[in-house]
Each structure stands twice: as structure tokens, then as C-alpha cells.
Design a protein around this ligand. Structure first.
Ligand SMILES: *Cc1c(COP(=O)(O)O)cnc(C)c1O
Length: 504
């Protein structure tokens, strides 16, 4: 603390916080108009704040329709650089492949490519766009869950590595390698790793218990000079760093085994599932779940629609079930998480050393966490009405698939942008509802409070939605058009253009 006593130091730090322009204006401005009954404040990037406060925003929604996805690609480069730094500290040969199924926009392919990342593709269309974009063959991997012949053939044609999931896929690939010059690069996808005395269940990949059998049964294809096993791949469900440590150490044994058999694997690809955090504040996250529990036990008014359990149920004063939501607040995320994996132990050394000593390239395939800070979803308020029980419904020009993953709810407070500065209306509380004709069509299950009311034409912004929330489940039921994707090309003053995915 360099000569400053502790209380002075704390005071100086506190002043820094108060005078930090981002923190201060978000607190007093943007977040003020809409909050959950128990708030969950979003982490907000400076570019998001500029856009939300800009004159241009309402014009963009008027021009392109509601909802509108707004994207900014440069945080991806920053997130990538943090991963690369951690790997460099461990002197690892390291290559990130951006899992583009997390967002369909080509701006992210451009940004990832310009920053040196490869791309993980999960379908023929994703592959074709990436190839057309000029991404080098060495920088593409195909991990599609279903690989029809046209996709396998395109991978062979473009020299793209294929993550092989099963014997049928391998056989079909081998049958395509008929002319003398055709060559295929594959990685074997593995699963069923042991961790803490249990097997990690997966429907994907080759079970490690069946690895020897798989290799010997498919010797014909695997030993063919037209095909090379260039690596081993896995992708685990969930976000546990220690599960990755177990999986990596078991894969290293299989790499050794493949080398004994005369193969030349060059990389180990640990897939995605790198966690990220959407919220500012741990105590808000804990307070929310405590209040939710109290609501389910009927000890306070509901904080979710019709006391939705979000995975939990109350039966006779006890709570059962488990949270069916992404951990929107978590610690040890992104580059820090990678550090936990790489400094994990196996063979009496770190994972990083064990990989390095084998002259392997380490690869990973983050989707969500690379897109942290890269997007907003904006929708226009169309109506307000009050239910006899006092709660309000705020209707937005948007449907639920336009901000949704497999999570029960997006547990992040939306931001309300008023259409005009006017005398505040009375406070109301209620729920955001969407355009699909179902009783369950709520845009958020959480009860929200609007201290100065809501007006028709106001805009609601869902923060940090680039990873999965925009596109993974978007649908065109009722023949509504898909949301447009507008990319910020300049922050001050804001300028934007539609992503190429909307121009095709
Ligand atoms: C979905 C997926 C990823 C990306 O996962 P994130 O959780 O977004 O990091 C990577 N690899 C494979 C094989 C996947 O299916």
C-alpha cells in the first residue's frame, strides 16, 4: 500500500469506484428503469452502454424490426488473447477453435480468423461459409453430431479434420476415399471418462472402455494410407475443470497407445464448455436463490411467474430437484478456468507439462465464453395490461426463442430504455411476454419492477446474449421473420451494418 494507511487506502479505492464512469452511470442510469424483484445486475461492456444511450438505437429498431440483435466482435479477440496468454505461460503449442454454432454471424468468424483462431463447424452450411470466408483448412474442425455424406465429402474435399463419433461414420468416410489422391484427416472423439469413481455419461463419441475394440475392429480404415488420425477429441457436458483434468489424463494414455500402434496423433482437443459469468455480483445471485426458495415454500410472494420452480419443487416444506439454469454467476471462468485445467495434476506433473512432453498441440473449442461481451438483443414494447391479481404483462415484439437456451430462464435483468424523457409514471411490477400464442410464452420468468412505469415504444435490452441466446433455438413459428443481426462497426458515434448472414 506504499505508505498509505489502510483506512486511507480503502477510501481511495472506494472513490475510484464511485468516479469510474462506467460503473457510476450504469448504476444511476441504465439499470434504474427495470430490475428483478431481487436484482441480478448484468455485466455490461462499455460499447453496450454507448449503444444503449445513443440516439441511433431507436432508429435501428425502426429500420430493421423488433427484436434486433446488436453485435460487436472485438471483445472476442480480447477473450481469445486471454486464453492464449495462459497457454503461453505454460509454453504450450495451443490453438483455439471458435465453436460457431454458438452464434451464426459471420462477423465472429472474421474476428476469430483475424485473431488467429480456428473455427469449429457443426453443419455443412457452417463449413461452406467458413471455407468461402477463406479460413485455412488447418484452422477448421468439423464436430457435427450427424454427418451426412455431403458433409463428409466436403470435409475431404477441403482437407478439414473430422471428429469421428462412431464406426458407421468412419466406414462411410473410408468409402469416400476411393480415388488415389483423396486423403482424410480425423480426430477420434472419446467419452465415458472416469472421474471421482464414476463414469461421465455421454451419448457422443467412442467410449474409452471400447477404444481398443474400436481400433482393432476398424483397423482396415484406420491403417489406410488415405486416412490419418491427427488427434483425439472430447467435449464434456457442464463446466467442471476437474472433470477436464481427468479426461485429459485418460486421453494422454490413449495418445501413447495410438503412437505404439504406429499412428501419429498431433493434437489433443478438449472441446468447449469453458464457463463465463453474466452477473456483477455474487451476493445478488445468492440472494436471488434464497428468495426463490422462500417463495417456493410460500414464505414470501413469488418472484417467478406463477412461482415457477426453475428446476426445483417444494413438497411439504422441503425443496427437491436441481437448478435447471445456467450458472449465470460463477467464479473461475474463461482464462482463469483454463489455468485451473492446465495446472491440474497427472503423472506427478501438471497437465500442461504432460501435454508438452508428448509434443502435442492442445486445442479447445469455446463458443459461449469467447462471445462474452459481444451482443445485445433489443425489443420494442407493444402493450401493457394489468391482470386482476395486480401483476402487469408487458408485451414485446419478440418471441421466446429469440433469447433462449436450454436453460429454464435467462437470469439477468433486462434494461429498459425509455422512448422519451417524460414525467415518470407510477411504478409497476410484472412480466415480459412474447409473441407465440402459448400461455407459457414468457420472455423472462422473473418478476420485474419498473419504478417509473413502461411506455409503448420503449425498448427492452437483454444484455450479453451473443453466446447461444440469439440463435441456438430461434424459430419461425407463426411465420414471424427471424431477427436481423446488426454489427457495430464504430462506437462513437455509433455506426452499424447488417451481418453478412442477413445479406445472403
Ligand atoms: C457446443 C460445442 C462446443 C462449444 O461449447 P461451449 O459451451 O459454447 O464452449 C465445442 N465443441 C463441441 C463438440 C460442441 O458440441
Amino acid at each position: 500500500m506504499g505508505g498509505v494507511d489502510r483506512s486511507t487506502f480503502i477510501k481511495l479505492e472506494a472513490e475510484k469506484l464511485i468516479t469510474n464512469p462506467n460503473t457510476a452511470s450504469i448504476d444511476t442510469g441504465l439499470r434504474r428503469n427495470c430490475r428483478g424483484l431481487t436484482p441480478l445486475d448484468a455485466r455490461i461492456e462499455p460499447w453496450m452502454q454507448s449503444v444503449l444511450e445513443s440516439e441511433e438505437l431507436s432508429g435501428w429498431v425502426a429500420e430493421h424490426g423488433s427484436p434486433l440483435n446488436i453485435l460487436h466482435a472485438s471483445p472476442l479477440a480480447k477473450n481469445l488473447a486471454a486464453f492464449n496468454r495462459v497457454a503461453a505461460d505454460h509454453q504450450l503449442d495451443f490453438q483455439v477453435f471458435f465453436a460457431r454454432k454458438a452464434n451464426k454471424c459471420l462477423s465472429f468468424v472474421d474476428e476469430a480468423t483475424a485473431s488467429g483462431a480456428g473455427i469449429d463447424v457443426a453443419s455443412l452450411a457452417e463449413l461452406q461459409q467458413v471455407v468461402a470466408n477463406g479460413v485455412r483448412r488447418s484452422h477448421i474442425i468439423c464436430t457435427a453430431a450427424i454427418k451426412e455424406e455431403a458433409l463428409l465429402a466436403a470435409c475431404v474435399q477441403h482437407g478439414v479434420t473430422i471428429a469421428i463419433d462412431n464406426g458407421d461414420e468412419l466406414e462411410q468416410l473410408a468409402s469416400l476415399l476411393t480415388n488415389d489422391s483423396s486423403q482424410a484427416s480425423i480426430a477420434l472423439r472419446l467419452s465415458g471418462f472416469e472421474h471421482d469413481g464414476n463414469r461421465l455419461h455421454s451419448r457422443f463419441g467412442i467410449d474409452i472402455g471400447q477404444f481398443e475394440d474400436f481400433v482393432s475392429r476398424n483397423r482396415g480404415a484406420l491403417d489406410s494410407p488415405a486416412l490419418s488420425i491427427d488427434g483425439i477429441h472430447f467435449h464434456l457436458d457442464g463446466y467442471s475443470a476437474s472433470q477436464r483434468v481427468s479426461a485429459i489424463s485418460q486421453c494422454l494414455g490413449l495418445i501413447d497407445r495410438l503412437r505404439e500402434l504406429g499412428h501419429v496423433p498431433k493434437f489433443l482437443d478438449i472441446g468447449g464448455g469453458v464457463p463465463m459469468s453474466y452477473l456483477e455480483d455474487k451476493s445478488q445471485w445468492e440472494t436471488f436463490w434464497e428468495a426463490h426458495r422462500e417463495s417456493l415454500l410460500q414464505r414470501r410472494d413469488p418472484i417467478t411467474y406463477r412461482n415457477h420452480g426453475l428446476g426445483f419443487t417444494a413438497i411439504e416444506e422441503k425443496i427437491y430437484g436441481s437448478r435447471n439454469c445456467y450458472p449465470y454467476y460463477q467464479e473461475g471462468v474463461q482464462a482463469q478456468w483454463l489455468e485451473m485445467v492446465l495446472s491440474g495434476r497427472c503423472e506427478n506433473k501438471t497437465i500442461a507439462t504432460a501435454i508438452r512432453e508428448r509434443n502435442l498441440q492442445l486445442r479447445c473449442e469455446p463458443g459461449r465464453s469467447l462471445l462474452d461481451g459481444c451482443g445485445l438483443t433489443i425489443a420494442r414494447v407493444v402493450f401493457r395490461k394489468q391482470h386482476p391479481n395486480g401483476d402487469w404483462f408487458i408485451g414485446l415484439a419478440m418471441n421466446r426463442t429469440q433469447c433462449r437456451t436450454s436453460s429454464d430462464d435467462f437470469l439477468v435483468d433486462p434494461i429498459l430504455i425509455r422512448s422519451q424523457v417524460q414525467n415518470p409514471a407510477p411504478a409497476i411490477e410484472g412480466y415480459l411476454v412474447g409473441a407465440y400464442c402459448m400461455e407459457s410464452e414468457l420472455l423472462t420468468l422473473r418478476k420485474l419492477r419498473f419504478p417509473d412505469g413502461v411506455e409503448i415504444g420503449d425498448l427492452v435490452a437483454f444484455p450479453n446474449t451473443a453466446g447461444y441466446l440469439m440463435h441456438f433455438l430461434e424459430s419461425r413459428s407463426h411465420q414471424f421473420p427471424l431477427a436481423k443481426n446488426l454489427v457495430i462497426t464504430q462506437i462513437e458515434p455509433p455506426q452499424a451494418t447488417l451481418d453478412r448472414i442477413d445479406q445472403s
